[in-house]
Design a protein around this ligand. Structure first.
Ligand code: FAD
Length: 460
């Protein structure tokens, strides 16, 4: 009989799952993507500013995977016919804001954790002894918060001025909470062997298979092109605007309850890929495994807002791709990208000069409770202070809010997810940033694996 598979969540993980399902399942299998929003893509959404595409969510992805080969999203983009649309940033450096001034990011660090302490200059002073105490830094199977490890070995300044802004740039979170295993897996691996942090960082750097070429890739025309191409290639039926409210087992598969409470609809399917953030995933799992639901629901999120500002043509900016700001600086701006300088495919700075600032960090949600125009004013003032000159009034601007947008993986996250997965019956697979990592490549791998899992269950 003709099989039916539902993908719940139309972000990149759900769409990667739908594409892989389209490739793996026999012709005639019906794939349905249920997305509660009015558009597909989740945190991938391209907007417009000053006549150019500007990302309202994720801006770029890693070109290479952990093995040095092309990352899963690059492979997916090529599979979707977007190989020629893959573009790279200009080779301009990034800076750190320290003491209200921009200073070059020191070289030779692993997400801010230095392997060569002589390269730190005045950015951070190392305190504390990174002594060999006769055993590895981390016991086998253990996980630790990045901040706990680095503070003990290098002191507070290295965490506050280097690691926090680097991790904050990705997670909007703090080193003192984030899991080493999830955010720096290579360092977690070498910390289980080496006796000092310096040796562990160096071993992790040496083990890294550095692919030649640019580290980051974006899509000419914007991430929404990737989203549209994936949706089209999957052959899936796309349902927009109806949240899935309940998931339950039937004798042979799964029942989805959809739509508003006064007008519920149901859909019976043979298998499900659940590709939504942790809170909705936990709610939908409640009737299937209370333990899995509880463990998944523990994942906390940070809220951020993006302020995109188009400045008049010719507005001078430093020769940088952008900068990161440590939380200790006290600003609401945690990072900024000089979009038109960083991305040459956007046509350079002949037109409006575009700056995109990222505001807010985990635990600072109340600081984002400002009207859009006040957030914009604040962003412009702080950017001007850090750049060293007041910015002119923008010619156009917008604010994009991502309430609960970025997962905060605390130590033990991988074990909790593995436990939750063990509780689930075949035919139901979890995918996305809530489970397998925040980066787009990790979300693609996660979606593809979930598709492989549920397609196997369809054959049984
Ligand atoms: C501001 C920002 C910038 C970022 N920048 C980068 C970057 O430059 N590079 C990078 O690699 N990563 C970046 N990330 C992270 C990355 O974008 C995300 O981790 C990734 O896109 C998440 O994909 P996902 O499919 O797991 O989840 P999501 O994109 O969250 O998609 C989940 C979807 O499920 C839907 N949904 C939820 N509940 C239901 C329900 N009950 N029924 C139906 N649908 C439901 C949601 O509406 C959503 O569309 C950024 C994230 C943010 C917020």
């Amino acid at each position: 009989m003709r099989k039916r598979v539902a993908v719940i969540g139309g972000g990149i993980a759900g769409l990667a799952a739908a594409v892989r399902l389209g490739d793996l399942t026999p012709p005639g299998t019906e794939i349905i993507v249920y997305e509660q929003g009015g558009v597909l893509g989740g945190k991938l959404r391209t907007g417009e500013l000053g006549g150019r595409p500007v990302e309202r969510g994720a801006e770029s992805f890693l070109t290479a995977g952990p093995d040095g080969a092309e990352s899963a999203v690059v492979t997916l983009a090529r599979h979707l016919g977007l190989g020629d649309a893959l573009v790279h940033p200009a080779a301009v450096p990034a800076a750190l804001a320290i003491g209200g001034r921009l200073t070059p990011v020191p070289g030779g660090t692993l997400v801010g954790v230095p392997g060569d302490l002589t390269k730190l200059g005045d950015v951070a002073h190392v305190a504390g002894a990174d002594r060999d105490e006769g055993h590895p830094l981390l016991a086998a199977g253990d996980d630790i918060a990045v901040g706990e490890l680095v503070r003990a070995r290098y002191g507070d300044e290295v965490v506050d001025r280097l690691v926090d802004p680097m991790l904050g740039g990705v997670y909007a979170g703090r080193a003192d909470r984030l899991s080493l295993e999830v955010t720096m897996p290579q360092l977690a691996a070498t910390a289980r062997v080496e006796h000092t942090l310096q040796a562990a960082v160096r071993a992790a750097q040496a083990a890294r298979t550095r692919a030649a070429g640019p580290i980051f890739t974006a899509v000419d025309g914007g991430m929404s092109r990737l989203v549209a191409a994936a949706a089209a290639a999957s052959g899936a039926r796309i349902s927009l605007g109806l949240p899935v409210r309940d998931l339950s087992r039937t004798a042979h598969g799964w029942r989805l309850l959809l739509g508003p409470v006064p007008a519920p609809q149901t859909d019976d399917v043979d298998a499900v890929v659940l590709a939504v953030p942790a809170k909705p995933a936990s709610r939908l799992l409640a009737g299937i495994s209370a333990e899995a639901a509880e463990v998944i629901g523990r994942l906390d999120y940070a809220s951020v807002a993006l302020a995109a500002i188009a400045l008049p043509p010719g507005t001078p900016l430093p020769e940088l791709s952008g900068f990161l700001v440590p939380p200790s600086e006290g600003t609401l701006v945690k990072a900024a990208t000089f979009v038109t300088r960083k991305w040459p495919h956007l046509g350079g700075e002949s037109g409006a000069v575009i700056v995109r600032a990222s505001l807010g960090r985990h635990g600072e949600e109340d600081r984002l409770q400002l009207a859009d125009e006040d957030l914009l004013l604040r962003a412009r003032r702080e950017l001007g202070d850090l750049i060293g000159g007041e910015l002119p009034p923008p010619v156009a601007s917008w604010i994009q809010r991502w309430g609960g947008g970025l997962p905060q993986y605390t130590p033990g996250h991988h074990d909790r997810v593995a436990f939750a997965r063990q509780q689930l019956p075949a035919g139901l697979a979890l995918a996305g940033a809530a489970f397998d990592g925040v980066g787009i490549p990790a979300c693609v791998v996660s979606g593809e694996r979930a598709a492989e899992d549920v397609s196997k269950s369809l054959e049984e």
